[in-house]
Design a protein around this ligand. Structure first.
Ligand code: CA
Ligand code: CA
Ligand code: CA
Ligand code: CA
Length: 418
Protein backbone atom coordinates (compact mmCIF):
# COMPACT_ATOMS: atom_id res chain seq x y z
CA UNK A 1 0.00 0.00 0.00
CA UNK A 2 2.70 2.39 1.04
CA UNK A 3 4.82 1.29 -1.90
CA UNK A 4 1.91 1.94 -4.31
CA UNK A 5 1.42 5.48 -2.94
CA UNK A 6 5.11 6.28 -3.36
CA UNK A 7 5.02 5.04 -6.95
CA UNK A 8 1.95 7.18 -7.67
CA UNK A 9 3.66 10.26 -6.22
CA UNK A 10 6.85 9.61 -8.18
CA UNK A 11 4.92 9.12 -11.43
CA UNK A 12 2.95 12.32 -10.71
CA UNK A 13 6.14 14.28 -10.16
CA UNK A 14 7.63 12.90 -13.35
CA UNK A 15 4.55 13.93 -15.32
CA UNK A 16 4.77 17.47 -13.89
CA UNK A 17 8.45 17.55 -14.76
CA UNK A 18 7.79 16.20 -18.25
CA UNK A 19 5.11 18.83 -18.87
CA UNK A 20 7.55 21.53 -17.79
CA UNK A 21 10.27 20.45 -20.20
CA UNK A 22 8.03 19.81 -23.22
CA UNK A 23 8.32 22.58 -25.86
CA UNK A 24 5.49 25.14 -25.78
CA UNK A 25 2.60 24.20 -28.06
CA UNK A 26 2.78 26.12 -31.32
CA UNK A 27 -0.12 28.57 -31.22
CA UNK A 28 -1.53 31.86 -32.44
CA UNK A 29 -4.52 32.76 -30.27
CA UNK A 30 -6.72 35.83 -30.39
CA UNK A 31 -6.89 38.15 -27.37
CA UNK A 32 -9.46 39.05 -24.74
CA UNK A 33 -10.85 42.46 -23.69
CA UNK A 34 -8.09 42.48 -21.03
CA UNK A 35 -4.34 42.73 -21.44
CA UNK A 36 -2.90 39.89 -23.50
CA UNK A 37 0.49 38.57 -24.49
CA UNK A 38 0.21 36.82 -27.86
CA UNK A 39 3.16 35.11 -29.49
CA UNK A 40 2.22 33.57 -32.83
CA UNK A 41 4.49 30.67 -33.68
CA UNK A 42 2.00 29.19 -36.17
CA UNK A 43 -0.43 30.70 -38.64
CA UNK A 44 -3.62 31.90 -36.92
CA UNK A 45 -6.57 29.49 -37.19
CA UNK A 46 -10.08 30.14 -38.56
CA UNK A 47 -10.31 33.46 -40.38
CA UNK A 48 -6.54 33.91 -40.41
CA UNK A 49 -6.46 37.21 -38.55
CA UNK A 50 -4.99 38.07 -35.16
CA UNK A 51 -7.30 40.22 -33.04
CA UNK A 52 -5.83 41.17 -29.69
CA UNK A 53 -9.12 42.84 -28.65
CA UNK A 54 -9.18 45.81 -26.24
CA UNK A 55 -6.61 46.28 -23.50
CA UNK A 56 -2.89 46.86 -23.56
CA UNK A 57 -1.61 43.95 -25.59
CA UNK A 58 1.70 42.56 -26.74
CA UNK A 59 1.57 40.73 -30.08
CA UNK A 60 4.48 39.09 -31.87
CA UNK A 61 4.14 37.43 -35.27
CA UNK A 62 7.14 35.15 -35.52
CA UNK A 63 9.31 34.49 -38.55
CA UNK A 64 7.62 32.04 -40.95
CA UNK A 65 4.08 32.85 -39.78
CA UNK A 66 1.52 34.26 -42.24
CA UNK A 67 -1.57 36.15 -41.08
CA UNK A 68 -4.25 38.30 -42.69
CA UNK A 69 -4.97 41.31 -40.48
CA UNK A 70 -3.12 41.91 -37.24
CA UNK A 71 -4.85 44.40 -34.94
CA UNK A 72 -3.92 45.62 -31.47
CA UNK A 73 -7.59 46.24 -30.77
CA UNK A 74 -9.23 44.11 -33.45
CA UNK A 75 -12.05 41.75 -32.40
CA UNK A 76 -11.16 38.03 -32.42
CA UNK A 77 -13.43 37.49 -35.47
CA UNK A 78 -11.28 39.92 -37.44
CA UNK A 79 -13.75 42.82 -37.46
CA UNK A 80 -13.39 46.31 -36.00
CA UNK A 81 -13.90 46.77 -32.26
CA UNK A 82 -16.17 49.14 -30.31
CA UNK A 83 -14.53 51.25 -27.62
CA UNK A 84 -11.22 52.94 -26.95
CA UNK A 85 -8.10 51.14 -28.04
CA UNK A 86 -5.33 50.17 -25.66
CA UNK A 87 -1.61 50.87 -25.75
CA UNK A 88 -0.31 47.93 -27.75
CA UNK A 89 3.12 46.65 -28.73
CA UNK A 90 3.07 44.71 -32.02
CA UNK A 91 6.06 43.16 -33.74
CA UNK A 92 5.84 41.43 -37.12
CA UNK A 93 8.73 39.15 -38.03
CA UNK A 94 6.63 37.15 -40.50
CA UNK A 95 4.20 37.94 -43.30
CA UNK A 96 1.00 39.98 -42.98
CA UNK A 97 -1.05 39.71 -46.15
CA UNK A 98 -3.61 42.48 -45.52
CA UNK A 99 -2.57 44.98 -42.87
CA UNK A 100 -1.31 45.67 -39.39
CA UNK A 101 -2.98 48.33 -37.21
CA UNK A 102 -2.49 49.58 -33.67
CA UNK A 103 -6.17 50.48 -33.37
CA UNK A 104 -8.99 49.28 -35.55
CA UNK A 105 -11.90 50.43 -33.43
CA UNK A 106 -14.66 53.01 -33.05
CA UNK A 107 -13.23 54.85 -30.03
CA UNK A 108 -10.06 56.78 -29.35
CA UNK A 109 -6.86 55.06 -30.33
CA UNK A 110 -4.22 54.08 -27.82
CA UNK A 111 -0.52 54.92 -27.97
CA UNK A 112 0.89 51.96 -29.87
CA UNK A 113 4.38 50.81 -30.74
CA UNK A 114 4.42 48.96 -34.07
CA UNK A 115 7.52 47.37 -35.57
CA UNK A 116 7.69 45.53 -38.90
CA UNK A 117 10.76 43.40 -39.44
CA UNK A 118 9.07 41.17 -42.05
CA UNK A 119 6.68 41.70 -44.92
CA UNK A 120 3.33 43.48 -44.86
CA UNK A 121 1.62 43.25 -48.24
CA UNK A 122 -0.93 45.97 -47.35
CA UNK A 123 -0.91 48.86 -44.91
CA UNK A 124 0.79 49.62 -41.61
CA UNK A 125 -1.38 52.04 -39.57
CA UNK A 126 -1.08 53.50 -36.11
CA UNK A 127 -4.80 54.21 -36.01
CA UNK A 128 -7.54 53.08 -38.33
CA UNK A 129 -10.53 54.11 -36.28
CA UNK A 130 -13.93 55.26 -37.39
CA UNK A 131 -15.02 58.04 -35.08
CA UNK A 132 -12.39 58.47 -32.37
CA UNK A 133 -9.15 60.41 -32.05
CA UNK A 134 -5.88 58.83 -33.05
CA UNK A 135 -3.25 57.90 -30.50
CA UNK A 136 0.42 58.90 -30.37
CA UNK A 137 2.12 55.97 -32.07
CA UNK A 138 5.70 54.93 -32.75
CA UNK A 139 5.88 53.04 -36.06
CA UNK A 140 9.12 51.53 -37.32
CA UNK A 141 9.52 49.66 -40.61
CA UNK A 142 12.67 47.60 -41.03
CA UNK A 143 11.14 45.31 -43.67
CA UNK A 144 8.73 45.78 -46.57
CA UNK A 145 5.34 47.50 -46.58
CA UNK A 146 3.36 46.89 -49.76
CA UNK A 147 0.98 49.86 -49.65
CA UNK A 148 1.15 52.76 -47.15
CA UNK A 149 2.30 53.63 -43.67
CA UNK A 150 -0.15 55.94 -41.86
CA UNK A 151 0.16 57.45 -38.41
CA UNK A 152 -3.59 58.08 -38.46
CA UNK A 153 -6.16 57.08 -41.05
CA UNK A 154 -9.89 57.82 -40.88
CA UNK A 155 -9.54 59.15 -37.35
CA UNK A 156 -11.25 62.25 -36.00
CA UNK A 157 -8.18 64.15 -34.75
CA UNK A 158 -4.81 62.71 -35.57
CA UNK A 159 -2.32 61.83 -32.84
CA UNK A 160 1.32 62.90 -32.68
CA UNK A 161 3.04 59.99 -34.36
CA UNK A 162 6.65 59.03 -34.97
CA UNK A 163 7.26 57.05 -38.17
CA UNK A 164 10.72 55.72 -38.99
CA UNK A 165 11.31 53.85 -42.26
CA UNK A 166 14.55 51.91 -42.48
CA UNK A 167 13.18 49.48 -45.06
CA UNK A 168 11.07 49.65 -48.18
CA UNK A 169 7.61 51.19 -48.61
CA UNK A 170 5.90 50.59 -51.95
CA UNK A 171 3.47 53.47 -51.49
CA UNK A 172 3.18 56.57 -49.32
CA UNK A 173 4.14 57.47 -45.77
CA UNK A 174 1.55 59.80 -44.24
CA UNK A 175 1.40 61.33 -40.78
CA UNK A 176 -2.33 61.99 -41.00
CA UNK A 177 -4.58 60.55 -43.70
CA UNK A 178 -8.22 61.49 -43.73
CA UNK A 179 -8.23 62.82 -40.16
CA UNK A 180 -10.28 65.90 -39.25
CA UNK A 181 -7.31 67.72 -37.69
CA UNK A 182 -3.75 66.58 -38.19
CA UNK A 183 -1.34 65.79 -35.38
CA UNK A 184 2.28 66.90 -34.98
CA UNK A 185 4.17 64.04 -36.57
CA UNK A 186 7.84 63.14 -36.90
CA UNK A 187 8.68 61.17 -40.05
CA UNK A 188 12.20 59.92 -40.72
CA UNK A 189 13.06 58.08 -43.94
CA UNK A 190 16.35 56.22 -43.97
CA UNK A 191 15.15 53.68 -46.53
CA UNK A 192 13.13 53.69 -49.72
CA UNK A 193 9.64 55.13 -50.32
CA UNK A 194 8.28 54.89 -53.84
CA UNK A 195 5.44 57.39 -53.29
CA UNK A 196 5.11 60.57 -51.22
CA UNK A 197 5.92 61.47 -47.66
CA UNK A 198 3.21 63.71 -46.32
CA UNK A 199 2.78 65.36 -42.92
CA UNK A 200 -0.95 66.00 -43.29
CA UNK A 201 -3.65 65.45 -45.86
CA UNK A 202 -6.57 66.48 -43.68
CA UNK A 203 -9.78 68.43 -44.09
CA UNK A 204 -9.24 70.98 -41.29
CA UNK A 205 -6.12 72.13 -39.45
CA UNK A 206 -2.83 70.46 -40.19
CA UNK A 207 -0.27 69.65 -37.55
CA UNK A 208 3.30 70.91 -37.21
CA UNK A 209 5.27 68.07 -38.73
CA UNK A 210 8.95 67.26 -38.94
CA UNK A 211 10.11 65.26 -41.98
CA UNK A 212 13.72 64.14 -42.38
CA UNK A 213 15.00 62.30 -45.46
CA UNK A 214 18.33 60.56 -45.68
CA UNK A 215 17.03 57.83 -48.01
CA UNK A 216 15.21 57.67 -51.30
CA UNK A 217 11.74 59.06 -52.07
CA UNK A 218 10.25 58.46 -55.52
CA UNK A 219 7.50 61.07 -55.10
CA UNK A 220 7.16 64.31 -53.16
CA UNK A 221 7.74 65.56 -49.65
CA UNK A 222 4.59 67.44 -48.61
CA UNK A 223 4.38 69.30 -45.32
CA UNK A 224 0.68 70.05 -45.63
CA UNK A 225 -0.95 72.65 -43.40
CA UNK A 226 0.77 73.69 -40.18
CA UNK A 227 4.30 74.89 -39.47
CA UNK A 228 6.49 72.12 -40.81
CA UNK A 229 10.21 71.43 -40.82
CA UNK A 230 11.73 69.41 -43.66
CA UNK A 231 15.34 68.33 -43.34
CA UNK A 232 17.26 67.11 -46.40
CA UNK A 233 20.38 65.10 -45.57
CA UNK A 234 23.29 65.17 -48.02
CA UNK A 235 23.05 62.30 -50.53
CA UNK A 236 19.33 61.69 -50.10
CA UNK A 237 17.09 61.41 -53.14
CA UNK A 238 13.74 63.12 -53.70
CA UNK A 239 12.26 62.35 -57.12
CA UNK A 240 9.46 64.95 -56.88
CA UNK A 241 9.04 68.32 -55.22
CA UNK A 242 9.54 69.39 -51.60
CA UNK A 243 6.65 71.59 -50.39
CA UNK A 244 6.06 73.28 -47.07
CA UNK A 245 2.52 74.26 -48.11
CA UNK A 246 0.47 76.56 -45.85
CA UNK A 247 1.98 77.68 -42.56
CA UNK A 248 5.45 78.92 -41.63
CA UNK A 249 7.70 76.17 -42.90
CA UNK A 250 11.44 75.62 -42.63
CA UNK A 251 13.66 73.76 -45.08
CA UNK A 252 16.98 72.63 -43.64
CA UNK A 253 19.96 71.14 -45.46
CA UNK A 254 22.19 69.06 -43.22
CA UNK A 255 25.16 66.71 -43.35
CA UNK A 256 28.68 66.86 -44.71
CA UNK A 257 29.58 67.60 -48.32
CA UNK A 258 32.63 68.40 -50.41
CA UNK A 259 30.42 69.91 -53.15
CA UNK A 260 31.39 73.56 -52.78
CA UNK A 261 29.21 74.74 -55.70
CA UNK A 262 26.15 73.04 -54.20
CA UNK A 263 26.96 74.41 -50.78
CA UNK A 264 27.23 77.93 -52.20
CA UNK A 265 23.87 77.57 -54.00
CA UNK A 266 22.19 76.72 -50.72
CA UNK A 267 24.07 79.32 -48.73
CA UNK A 268 22.99 82.01 -51.22
CA UNK A 269 19.33 81.16 -50.53
CA UNK A 270 19.55 81.65 -46.77
CA UNK A 271 17.30 84.55 -45.79
CA UNK A 272 14.75 83.75 -48.52
CA UNK A 273 11.04 84.25 -47.79
CA UNK A 274 9.23 82.77 -49.58
CA UNK A 275 11.78 80.11 -50.49
CA UNK A 276 11.49 78.29 -53.80
CA UNK A 277 13.93 76.96 -56.34
CA UNK A 278 16.15 74.07 -57.33
CA UNK A 279 19.59 73.29 -55.95
CA UNK A 280 21.96 70.48 -56.81
CA UNK A 281 24.09 69.02 -54.04
CA UNK A 282 26.32 65.95 -54.35
CA UNK A 283 24.67 65.15 -57.69
CA UNK A 284 21.12 65.19 -56.29
CA UNK A 285 18.67 67.89 -57.38
CA UNK A 286 16.15 69.24 -54.89
CA UNK A 287 13.20 71.33 -56.09
CA UNK A 288 11.27 73.09 -53.37
CA UNK A 289 8.57 75.71 -52.83
CA UNK A 290 6.29 77.28 -50.21
CA UNK A 291 8.93 77.52 -47.44
CA UNK A 292 9.33 80.65 -45.33
CA UNK A 293 12.83 79.93 -44.06
CA UNK A 294 15.88 78.04 -45.28
CA UNK A 295 18.52 76.88 -42.81
CA UNK A 296 21.99 75.78 -43.80
CA UNK A 297 23.41 73.27 -41.32
CA UNK A 298 25.78 71.78 -43.90
CA UNK A 299 29.41 71.14 -43.14
CA UNK A 300 31.67 71.80 -46.12
CA UNK A 301 34.69 69.52 -46.28
CA UNK A 302 37.65 70.75 -48.29
CA UNK A 303 40.33 68.43 -49.65
CA UNK A 304 43.87 69.48 -48.88
CA UNK A 305 47.16 67.79 -49.69
CA UNK A 306 47.43 66.56 -46.12
CA UNK A 307 44.07 64.82 -46.41
CA UNK A 308 40.48 65.77 -45.77
CA UNK A 309 40.24 68.77 -43.50
CA UNK A 310 37.01 70.13 -42.12
CA UNK A 311 36.85 73.86 -42.55
CA UNK A 312 34.70 76.11 -40.42
CA UNK A 313 32.74 77.97 -43.07
CA UNK A 314 29.60 76.03 -42.17
CA UNK A 315 28.57 78.62 -39.69
CA UNK A 316 29.06 81.64 -41.87
CA UNK A 317 27.78 84.87 -40.46
CA UNK A 318 25.93 85.67 -43.66
CA UNK A 319 23.28 83.04 -42.90
CA UNK A 320 22.07 85.06 -39.89
CA UNK A 321 23.32 82.50 -37.41
CA UNK A 322 24.24 84.74 -34.53
CA UNK A 323 26.42 82.30 -32.59
CA UNK A 324 28.39 81.12 -35.62
CA UNK A 325 31.66 81.68 -33.74
CA UNK A 326 30.80 79.09 -31.07
CA UNK A 327 31.96 75.91 -32.83
CA UNK A 328 30.41 72.90 -31.12
CA UNK A 329 27.53 74.91 -29.65
CA UNK A 330 24.49 72.72 -28.91
CA UNK A 331 22.08 75.26 -30.41
CA UNK A 332 22.06 77.51 -33.45
CA UNK A 333 20.48 80.92 -32.90
CA UNK A 334 19.06 82.65 -35.97
CA UNK A 335 17.87 86.24 -35.84
CA UNK A 336 16.11 88.42 -38.41
CA UNK A 337 13.93 91.48 -38.03
CA UNK A 338 10.91 89.14 -38.18
CA UNK A 339 11.78 86.28 -35.86
CA UNK A 340 14.32 84.58 -33.67
CA UNK A 341 14.78 80.83 -34.14
CA UNK A 342 16.62 78.45 -31.83
CA UNK A 343 17.60 75.14 -33.46
CA UNK A 344 18.71 72.19 -31.38
CA UNK A 345 21.80 70.51 -32.81
CA UNK A 346 22.47 66.79 -32.32
CA UNK A 347 25.97 65.43 -31.95
CA UNK A 348 25.92 64.46 -35.65
CA UNK A 349 25.56 68.20 -36.45
CA UNK A 350 22.01 67.76 -37.69
CA UNK A 351 19.28 70.10 -36.52
CA UNK A 352 16.75 67.97 -34.73
CA UNK A 353 14.11 70.47 -33.66
CA UNK A 354 13.50 74.13 -33.17
CA UNK A 355 11.25 76.84 -31.88
CA UNK A 356 10.71 80.40 -33.07
CA UNK A 357 9.64 83.68 -31.49
CA UNK A 358 8.16 86.41 -33.66
CA UNK A 359 9.86 89.76 -33.07
CA UNK A 360 6.41 91.39 -32.81
CA UNK A 361 5.62 89.12 -29.87
CA UNK A 362 8.56 90.30 -27.77
CA UNK A 363 7.14 92.68 -25.16
CA UNK A 364 8.92 95.34 -23.12
CA UNK A 365 11.20 93.87 -20.48
CA UNK A 366 9.68 93.37 -17.06
CA UNK A 367 11.35 93.61 -13.66
CA UNK A 368 12.18 89.92 -13.69
CA UNK A 369 13.38 87.65 -16.47
CA UNK A 370 10.81 85.84 -18.58
CA UNK A 371 10.93 82.72 -20.77
CA UNK A 372 9.90 83.72 -24.29
CA UNK A 373 9.98 80.24 -25.74
CA UNK A 374 11.28 76.73 -25.20
CA UNK A 375 11.72 73.40 -26.94
CA UNK A 376 14.00 70.35 -27.02
CA UNK A 377 15.27 71.33 -23.55
CA UNK A 378 16.41 74.77 -24.75
CA UNK A 379 15.03 78.16 -23.74
CA UNK A 380 15.00 81.72 -24.96
CA UNK A 381 14.93 84.04 -21.96
CA UNK A 382 14.38 87.79 -21.78
CA UNK A 383 16.40 89.33 -18.95
CA UNK A 384 15.28 92.32 -16.87
CA UNK A 385 17.51 94.66 -18.91
CA UNK A 386 15.71 93.60 -22.11
CA UNK A 387 18.59 91.51 -23.48
CA UNK A 388 18.02 87.93 -24.57
CA UNK A 389 19.71 84.71 -23.50
CA UNK A 390 19.54 81.46 -25.46
CA UNK A 391 20.19 78.56 -23.08
CA UNK A 392 20.54 74.83 -23.60
CA UNK A 393 22.41 71.75 -22.35
CA UNK A 394 25.78 71.09 -23.99
CA UNK A 395 26.07 68.20 -26.48
CA UNK A 396 27.27 65.80 -23.77
CA UNK A 397 24.67 67.13 -21.34
CA UNK A 398 27.22 67.87 -18.65
CA UNK A 399 27.01 71.68 -18.76
CA UNK A 400 24.74 74.51 -19.82
CA UNK A 401 25.51 76.64 -22.86
CA UNK A 402 24.26 80.23 -22.74
CA UNK A 403 24.49 82.85 -25.45
CA UNK A 404 23.53 86.51 -24.79
CA UNK A 405 22.32 88.80 -27.56
CA UNK A 406 19.80 91.56 -28.24
CA UNK A 407 16.49 91.53 -30.05
CA UNK A 408 18.06 93.77 -32.73
CA UNK A 409 20.26 90.73 -33.54
CA UNK A 410 23.44 92.22 -32.11
CA UNK A 411 25.73 89.89 -30.15
CA UNK A 412 26.65 90.78 -26.56
CA UNK A 413 29.44 88.20 -26.28
CA UNK A 414 30.37 84.67 -27.31
CA UNK A 415 28.42 81.83 -25.75
CA UNK A 416 29.74 80.25 -22.57
CA UNK A 417 29.49 76.84 -20.96
CA UNK A 418 29.06 76.63 -17.23
CA1 CA B 1 -4.10 50.11 -29.70
CA1 CA C 1 -1.71 57.71 -34.54
CA1 CA D 1 0.57 65.63 -39.25
CA1 CA E 1 3.06 73.58 -43.82
Amino acid sequence: MLRKSVVAIVVGLWMVGAAAVLPARAVCPDGTPGNDVIDCTTNPPAEGDVGADLGNDSVTIENGVTSGIVGGDLLPDGTGNIGDGGDDVIINNGTVTIGLGGDISSGDGGDDTLTNNGTINGYLSGDYSYGGDGGDDIITNNGTVGIDIDGDFQTDNGGDDTIINNGSVVGNVTGDGVSTNGGDDTIINNGSVTGDIEGDSVSNAGGNDSITNSGSIGGNIIGGDGNDTVTVIVGSDVGGTISGDAGTDTLTFSGSTSDEAGYNQIQALVGCNPCAGTVTLDGQSYTFNTFEQLVNLLTLISQQSSGPVQVSITFSRSDDRLNWMDVGAPIAVYCTDKRITVIDIATNSQGVGQFSIEQDAIAEASASSAILGSGQGNQLVQLADGSLLAVGPTLDGSKTYSFPFKADCSVIRNGQES
